[in-house]
Structures are given as C-alpha cells and as structure tokens.
Design a protein around this ligand. Structure first.
Ligand SMILES: [Zn+2]
Length: 143
C-alpha cells in the first residue's frame, strides 16, 4: 500500500500528497485495510510540520485521519464527511456519481449560490454553498 508507506514516511510532501488523495478514495475494502493502521499513522505524523500558508496542509491530514476513524468505527456512509472538508466540489462528486445534484440555485448576477444534492448511496440530502475566498470552497450542510 503506497498510501500507507507515504503516510508513515515522515516526509511532509509525501504525507500531504497521500492525505489529499485519501479524500477521494471510495474503495471500502482498501479504506478498511488502511483504517486498521489509523493509530500507527496518527503516531507517525504527530508533530510533523506540513507547511502551507493560506490553508495549512495539515488540514488534509486531519481530514484523512477523520475519514480513517470513520471507516474503522463503521460510522456509515462516507457522505457524512462532506461537511468536514471544504474541497468537495459538488459538480465533481456529481460527475463521479457519488451525489446527484437535484437543483442549482444562482444569485441574481448568475453566480452559483448553492446546490441541493442527494447522496447516491444513502440518499441523505445536502445544501452546498459555493464560496470564493483565496480559492473556491464549499460548505456542505445536511438538508
Ligand atoms: Zn450517503
């Protein structure tokens, strides 16, 4: 498992890259296998400065650990994690068939205000606001 080796590598670049890619991994048997090592990963990454300025790179590691704990503890559908990560683009999730966008609401000047979508696995509904800062991000809330 390259992801595991990267997470345990103590190399900030590899940890960051593996953490970021974990966000989109949906293969449950793979996640389950990896989640058995959550404690080990937590210990190996503790105190390592991952850098990053506007948005610290540790954000991705924290989310990766949260996801692994979610899988390890059988907390159900992965869509419950959407509110914990501001980089889940609803259009991309829609294209990957993870959610279905049921409505796109725009403001008067045609910018996206929010999306309504539904998880294709458990049918939970979300309201997703699109926001611009130094980068585009999304705020997911269970609807
Ligand atoms: Zn779901």
């Amino acid at each position: 498992m390259n992801t595991l080796n990267d997470l345990l590598s103590k190399d900030p670049q590899r940890i960051w890259s593996a953490s970021s890619s974990l966000k989109d991994i949906r293969d449950m048997s793979y996640l389950k296998e990896l989640s058995a090592k959550t404690d080990e990963i937590e210990r190996a990454t503790k105190g390592i400065d991952l850098g990053g300025k506007l948005n610290p790179n540790s954000y991705h590691l924290e989310f990766a650990l949260k996801k692994l704990n979610h899988v390890k503890n059988d907390l159900g559908c992965l869509c419950a994690l959407y509110p914990d990560n501001m980089f889940f683009n609803p259009e991309k999730e829609n294209d990957n068939n993870q959610v279905k966008i049921t409505d796109t609401v725009t403001t008067d000047d045609k910018w996206v205000d929010y999306y309504l979508c539904e998880c294709t696995h458990c049918h939970s509904k979300f309201k997703v606001e699109e926001r611009e800062g130094h980068f585009t991000w999304w705020s997911w809330k269970k609807a």
